[in-house]
Design a protein around this ligand. Structure first.
Ligand SMILES: C[S@@+](CC[C@H](N)C(=O)[O-])C[C@H]1O[C@@H](n2cnc3c(N)ncnc32)[C@H](O)[C@@H]1O
Length: 340
């Protein structure tokens, strides 16, 4: 079901956002979403099952329906006979946003309030995010906090590489995960690629975080770290696979082009390149709202949410062949360096 609200209606929901989240979090906690999603389920049965008052529940469910999350059938005068079904995936979506480990809760810890109410000054360059965040991170504490937060949001990338593991890794031996965070993704890749060794390439300050991931992952002999800065030195050679996961979108187009050229030079003939990030769609732009807002005050981060075809064209222009987009929660753009 797709509901397109008028701007006026959407604004009514937005201005009441905290109340809408209260309703959804309550529905999740009570277990109502578990009952509503398989649906259809009648109001009188729901009220009896959860020990709540039918008329109050009717209004509560109107709140959820106003968000476009419920299909309702109201056959007659008796509200008890009204039946409901939630849209597919609602329970998981609410859990992802308010449950333990929710990325939105993690994002809320960032100092976005430094901009709030001062956006006009910020747009003019008079107000920036100055305390508690730097891009790239400057102190050891900022590095640890940033990489922890990145690892928390890696789920879609982990799902996609796992889904395509046999196609990606069956004939690969050495992977370099460029800007590979604290090694969480590399460790997950190794879980489903027994013949692979992976090195995380990252700023030297990240070394202890990758060491901790290596110790906890059970891949002590196959997960390595190469410290470096891709702006001051060439990427290391000797790899037959190289990945950029949520790295290229941090930089302007000429820098992204240069990094892909560096990857081409570094890879062995026949080498595989992977690019994975939130390629721009209306859904992903919405889920990226926090960063779009917060990074208004951080000029060193360009934050380019690009369409996948930016990368398919870039890889082909750089000389890679067999460019493909593999499906997933986040798609994966892959290509191979030709064998001369
Ligand atoms: C947005 S994070 C993505 C981390 C990880 N790939 C993920 O998706 O969770 C960007 C990564 O690029 C790394 N990075 C930034 N500048 C770098 C540089 N000049 N050289 C190497 N790595 C860099 C950061 O330390 C960070 O790990």
């Amino acid at each position: 079901m797709t509901v397109t609200l008028s701007p006026r209606a959407l604004l009514s929901l937005l201005v009441n956002g905290p109340k809408a989240m209260d309703v959804l979090a309550t529905a999740l906690d009570l277990g109502l979403l578990d009952a509503l999603e398989p649906g259809p389920v009648r109001l009188d049965a729901l009220a009896a099952q959860f020990g709540v008052l039918p008329l109050r529940l009717y209004k509560f469910l109107d709140c959820i329906e106003s968000l476009g999350f419920l299909v309702r059938d109201e056959p007659g005068d008796d509200i008890g006979t009204t039946s409901y079904r939630a849209v597919l995936g609602l329970r998981d979506a609410v859990h992802a946003v308010v449950g333990p480990g929710a990325t939105e809760r993690d994002r809320d810890r960032y100092p976005w309030r430094q901009l709030h109410g001062r956006l006009a000054e910020s747009l003019r360059g008079e107000v920036s995010i100055e305390d508690g965040f730097a891009w790239p991170p400057k102190t050891a504490a900022q590095t640890a906090e940033f990489e922890r937060s990145m690892a928390l949001g890696l789920g879609p990338a982990i799902d996609t590489v796992r889904r395509h593991a046999s196609r990606l890794w069956s004939d690969r031996h050495r992977l370099l995960d460029v800007g590979g965070g604290d090694g969480t993704l590399a460790a997950h890749i190794l879980d489903s690629a027994p013949g692979l060794r992976a090195d995380v390439y990252n700023l030297p300050a990240v070394a202890p975080l990758v060491a901790a991931t290596r110790d906890s992952s059970g891949h002590a002999d196959r997960l390595g770290f190469v410290g470096g800065d891709f702006f001051t030195e060439a990427l290391p050679r000797g790899y037959d696979a190289l990945s950029f996961v949520r790295v290229l979108h941090d930089w302007p187009n000429p820098v992204a082009r240069d990094l892909v050229r560096q990857a081409y030079a570094a890879l062995e003939p026949g080498g595989l390149i992977l690019v994975c990030e939130e390629f721009r769609t209306p859904d992903r732009l919405a889920m990226q709202f926090f960063w779009s807002y917060f990074l208004i005050g951080v000029d060193s981060s360009v934050s380019r949410l690009r369409e996948a075809d930016f990368y398919t064209k870039l890889l082909a222009e750089t000389g890679f062949e067999n460019v493909a987009v593999l499906p997933g929660t986040w798609e994966l753009v892959i290509a191979y360096k030709p064998v001369p």
